[in-house]
Design a protein around this ligand. Structure first.
Ligand code: PLP
Length: 410
C-alpha cells in the first residue's frame, strides 16, 4: 500500500492516533514513567501553538534574539561557474549562534517559561544543540543542565567551554558508549524525576512525538521567511524549483520545506555518505536501512545484523547520527522528498568551491547539500532554480578543514 500525504494538514500533524506517521514511523516508545510528563507537555504545546499572544512572543524573539529573517541571496558566481540552473542560498547560518538550532532552543525556553519551570535540560552530541540551548537559557534566565557523553566532552572542547561560559552545568555521561545515544537516555531519566521544576529539550526532529513536533514547528520559521523572499524575488513560486538540504536528524530540512509542502517544489535531502573508501556512513535513507526503534520512535536506522544500533562515520559532526526523523521516513515513503548522500570528500570540495566563489562559508553539514547542487546544476537549464539551505557557518569546522585541506580561510 502506498503512503499519502494529506493536503492542507501541517507535516507534523500527519500522524495517526498512536502518533505514527504513515502508520509506521514515530510513535512514543517510552517507559511508563515518561507518559505523564510527555502528556502534560503535549497538552501545553497544543494550547500554546494556537495562542495569539504566545505566537507574538515567539515572533518577537525570532526577530530580536535569533535575528530573523535570515538573508536569501543569489549565488551568481557559483551559478556562472557551473552553467545551468540558477543557484540561491538561504543563509540560515546568519542566525544567532551560527545555525538553525537556535530556533528550537528558543521555542523550548519560551515553553519552559510558560510552564513556570525554572530549569531546562537537554542532551548534546557534538555540542551544538547544548550550546544553543545554553544561549537561549541565558537569555530567558533559566538554569540549564546539559547531558553529554564523557567521550564527546573530551573531543568537543570549544563547545563545552561555550556552554560553561553561558552558565550551563555539563553532566558527563559515563554509561554505554559515552556518546549522544547514552546522553539522551540519561537526560530522559533525569527529566522523569525532576519534571515538576524542569523542562526538557531535544535538539532535532527526533525522540518521542512531542519533541519532533516542537522542533519542526520551530524550524518552520525558515520556510515562512523563504516563501516570502521567493515570491518577492520571482513574483511567484517558480515552476521548476528544487530545495536542497542536508539531513542529520532532519530538523533544518523539515523547517526548510514546511511551507512548500503543497507546492510543486521538489525536495532533496542529502545524508552523510562518510569517507569514500569506507563502508561506514550516516545515511540510513540512502542505504536502505531497516526500521528500528531509536530514542522512543520508529524510524529507518543504521543497525547491525543483530538489530543493534550500528556504527556511523561522517566528517560532519552534525550529521553523524544513526537514525533519522520519522518525518523524513514518511516523506521518503510517500515520495514527497528524494534522499541521496554526499561523501566526506565531496562535501569538502563543495565547501572549498562555495567559499572561494561566494561571500558565504558553509559548515560541513550544508556543504553536503551544496555537493548535490554542484552535481545537479550543470545538467539543468537556466530556467531551473535551486535553493540550498546554508544552515551552518564553517567557523566551527575550522580545525577539521585545516587538517584536511591544509588551510582555512573564511
Ligand atoms: C545539528 C546540525 C545539523 C544536523 O541536524 P538536523 O536536525 O538534520 O538539521 C545540520 N547542520 C548544522 C549546521 C547543524 O548544527
Amino acid at each position: 500500500m502506498s503512503l499519502k500525504i494529506r493536503k492542507n494538514i501541517p507535516l507534523i500533524d500527519q500522524h495517526d492516533k498512536n502518533f505514527m506517521y504513515g502508520g509506521k514511523f514515530g510513535g512514543n516508545f517510552i517507559p511508563e514513567t515518561l507518559k505523564k510528563p510527555i502528556d502534560d507537555l503535549t497538552k501545553l504545546f497544543e494550547k500554546l501553538r494556537r495562542d495569539k499572544k504566545f505566537l507574538k512572543d515567539r515572533d518577537n524573539y525570532f526577530n530580536n534574539f535569533v535575528g530573523a529573517p535570515t538573508p536569501f541571496i543569489k549565488l551568481e558566481n557559483l551559478s556562472d561557474h557551473l552553467g545551468g540552473a540558477q543557484i540561491y542560498a538561504k543563509v540560515v547560518s546568519e542566525a544567532n549562534g551560527g545555525a538553525h538550532k537556535i530556533y528550537n532552543a528558543t521555542v523550548h525556553c519560551l515553553i519552559a517559561k510558560k510552564a513556570g519551570k525554572k530549569y531546562v535540560v537537554g542532551d548534546t552530541g557534538a555540542g551544538y544543540a547544548g550550546k544553543m540551548l545554553s544561549m537561549a537559557a541565558k537569555k530567558f534566565s533559566l538554569k540549564c543542565k546539559i547531558f553529554m557523553g564523557a567521550k564527546d566532552i573530551k573531543r568537543q572542547r570549544p563547545n563545552v567551554e561555550a556552554m560553561r561560559k553561558n552558565g550551563a552545568e555539563i553532566v558527563p555521561v559515563t554509561t554505554g558508549s559515552q556518546t549522544l545515544v547514552d546522553a539522551v537516555s540519561e537526560c530522559m531519566r533525569y527529566w522523569v524525576s525532576n519534571c515538576d521544576t524542569t523542562h526538557m529539550c531535544v535538539g532535532s526532529t527526533v525522540g518521542p512525538n512531542i519533541f519532533i513536533k516542537i522542533c519542526a514547528w520551530s524550524t518552520a520559521q525558515i520556510s515562512r521567511e523563504l516563501i516570502k523572499q521567493v515570491k518577492e524575488e520571482f513574483g511567484k513560486i517558480p515552476e521548476k524549483l528544487k530545495l536542497i538540504n542536508c539531513v542529520g536528524g532532519g530538523s533544518s530540512a523539515a523547517g526548510f520545506w514546511n511551507e512548500f509542502m503543497d507546492t510543486n517544489a521538489q525536495f532533496i535531502g542529502v545524508e552523510a555518505g562518510g569517507p569514500r573508501n569506507s563502508k561506514l556512513h550516516a545515511a540510513p535513507l540512502t542505504n536502505g536501512s531497516k526500521i528500528g526503534i531509536l530514542h522512543g520512535a520508529a524510524q529507518y536506522v543504521i543497525q547491525d545484523s543483530e538489530g543493534q544500533i550500528g556504527s556511523t562515520e561522517s566528517i560532519s559532526a552534525g550529521l553523524d547520527y544513526p537514525g533519522i526523523s520519522p518525518l523524513h521516513c514518511f516523506l521518503k515513503d510517500t515520495k514527497r522528498a528524494r534522499y541521496t548522500s554526499a561523501s566526506d570528500e565531496e562535501a569538502l570540495k563543495a565547501y572549498q568551491l562555495v567559499s572561494k566563489l561566494e561571500n558565504i562559508s558553509p559548515s560541513l553539514e550544508p556543504s553536503h547539500a551544496f555537493a548535490e547542487a554542484i552535481k545537479l546544476a550543470p545538467k539543468l537549464s537556466s530556467s531551473e532554480i535551486i535553493i540550498v539551505n546554508s544552515c551552518g557557518d564553517s567557523l566551527k569546522d575550522k580545525d577539521i578543514i585545516k587538517q584536511k585541506l591544509g588551510s582555512y580561510v573564511r
